[in-house]
Design a protein. Structure first.
Length: 202
């Protein structure tokens, strides 16, 4: 935890979830329903990186994911990178009964539209403050990386977007998933963001 002073707050919030959920298990509620209830409580509590109050990504958005595995039915379902949804666990639960069990990004948005689920702003003042502080510090790190190139390791697609945003570009990377980090590095080199081809990961 970045802020040790928050440890007692988070601990108490976790204990509150346990106190709310455990009696339902003792009363005979299924494990899947109990887990869904617990996840919803976590998503609604801004102390956790789950729903309302979750961490903001570099572009300022909050993307939420959730999944359910029903061992008795051998059934998995989940949502990935949902934007502006309050309780992704409820969508994951809904998908247990559908032919398409896993949805991502735009698919999650479309499902919300079809089900009439309201748009929800998950940003809290605390998370916004953390994001703004990290953005201010990030520029100095990116300046160094742009000057020295990639010297070791791999590079994420998100990192690519950060560098392109820093340089004032609008990304022209085709919208696809599954970029390898070497693909991203090659792209940066071809776009002359990285000048040293020997710095590309192999």
């Amino acid at each position: 935890m970045r802020d040790p002073a928050r440890a007692p707050i988070v601990r108490d919030a976790l204990l509150a979830v346990v106190d709310a959920v455990y009696p339902t298990l003792a009363a005979g509620v299924s494990a899947v329903d109990a887990v869904r209830h617990a996840c919803r409580l976590l998503e609604d509590d801004p102390n956790f990186n789950a729903g309302t109050g979750a961490c903001m990504q570099v572009d300022g958005k909050i993307r939420l994911s959730a999944s359910i595995m029903d061992g008795g039915r051998q059934s998995f379902s989940g949502v990935i990178n949902g934007d502006r949804i309050r309780n992704p666990i409820e969508l994951a639960s809904y998908l247990q009964t559908q032919d398409d069990r896993v949805l991502a990004a735009e698919g999650v948005d479309e499902l919300c539209r079809q089900l009439g689920i309201e748009i929800w702003d998950n940003v809290t003042e605390r998370r916004l403050g953390v994001w703004l502080a990290e953005r201010r510090g990030d520029f100095k790190r990116l300046e160094h990386e742009l000057e020295t190139g990639i010297t070791k390791g791999m590079m994420s697609f998100e990192h690519c977007m950060k560098i392109r945003e820093y340089e004032g570009f609008r990304s022209t990377v085709p919208p696809k998933t599954g970029y390898s980090e070497h693909e991203v590095a090659e792209y940066l080199h071809n776009e002359k963001v990285i000048e040293n081809p020997n710095a590309l990961p192999r």
